[in-house]
Design a protein around this ligand. Structure first.
Ligand SMILES: [Zn+2]
Length: 304
């Protein structure tokens, strides 16, 4: 229905000279869309990079961006379940790209339990999770997904705004090459750190880890960022006391007190890692800067 409405509206507009208004969910996605639109226009952002997308309360200005959009680009309801209603009700006839659903996107299952090592990852333990609820929603942290999406975003913008299609397409190609170059650098930088042991505050980095060959030992909260139960916290404490750990990563968007509880009394370095790039300027360079910043966080804390 949305597709049909948008088609009807598109046909009713005499000239498509206006640059499409694009609303995006989180800063890294805003960055990818900005890269595709560079020289043509700028998208709006719904969730500020300093806030957690898992439970953000939209402000009126953020809702306005959604309401005015011709195109909405968002990761999907697994990351921001609260955003699905507003997109339906505010964005009306806008085209919507739900990035989790893009064919060919690399998806990882949510890791179960607080301690990962020794588990058979991606294996269904029969806990009854099904469908998208069991997908780890942080899939922008796999640069291969970002490269795929650049092409999809360029294609959609080219349909909405044929006049600038060549710019969108060449920007997307340049963006893909930039991500490729950064990914090679990161793979080199992280290769010596494969065996280092670290715990994260919430399981938000699995895609990055899997792509670059490092692996979290444990996470305080699961990838949905729900508060962990007492049993999970005490399991973690016990495990880390027995097996040791090199580094514990907190995140700027989240309360780190539970991490301190888990690592209390252990000799462990602490680092900060940011899945959203709160300190990185918004815009076309945001995404590659985010990859570099995450890599630098791992290097800083994990290098012996
Ligand atoms: Zn998260």
């Amino acid at each position: 229905m949305r597709r049909l409405l948008s088609l009807l509206m598109f046909c009713a507009v005499p000239a498509a000279a206006d640059v499409p208004r694009v609303a995006t969910d989180i800063a890294p996605i805003h960055g990818l869309v900005s890269r595709v639109m560079e020289g043509v226009g700028t998208p709006t952002l719904v969730v500020p990079a300093g806030a957690s997308p898992h439970d953000h309360a939209m402000r009126p200005s953020e809702a306005r961006g959604l309401g005015q959009a011709d195109l909405v680009v968002w990761v999907g309801h697994g990351l921001t379940p609260w955003l699905e209603g507003p997109i339906d009700s505010l964005s009306g006839s806008a085209k919507v790209i739900e990035l989790m659903d893009v064919p060919g996107a690399e998806l990882l299952e949510m890791r179960e339990g607080g301690v990962f090592e020794g588990h058979d990852h991606g294996h269904d333990h029969g806990h009854g999770h099904e469908g998208k609820e069991a997908t780890d929603p942080h899939l922008w942290l796999d640069p291969v997904n970002a490269q795929l999406w650049l092409g999809v975003i360029a294609q959609e913008l080219s349909t909405l705004d044929a006049e600038n299609a060549e710019t969108y397409q060449s920007n997307a190609r340049a963006g893909v090459a930039e991500i490729e170059a950064i990914s090679l650098q990161i793979a080199d930088a992280l290769a010596p750190l494969k065996d280092r042991r670290f715990v994260v505050l919430h399981d938000g980095f699995h895609y990055f880890e899997a792509r670059f060959g490092i692996e979290a030992t444990a996470a305080v909260s699961a990838s949905d960022a729900d508060a962990p139960g007492a049993a999970r916290v005490s399991d973690l404490r016990e495990h880390l006391r027995e097996a040791g750990i090199d580094c514990a990563f907190s995140e700027p968007q989240m309360d780190a007190r539970l991490l301190a509880t888990v690592t209390e009394g252990l000799s462990v370095k602490s680092g900060v890692i940011d899945p959203l790039g709160a300190d990185i300027p918004l815009g076309a360079g945001h995404y590659t800067a985010l990859l570099m910043s995450i890599s630098a966080s791992f290097q800083d804390c994990l290098t012996p």
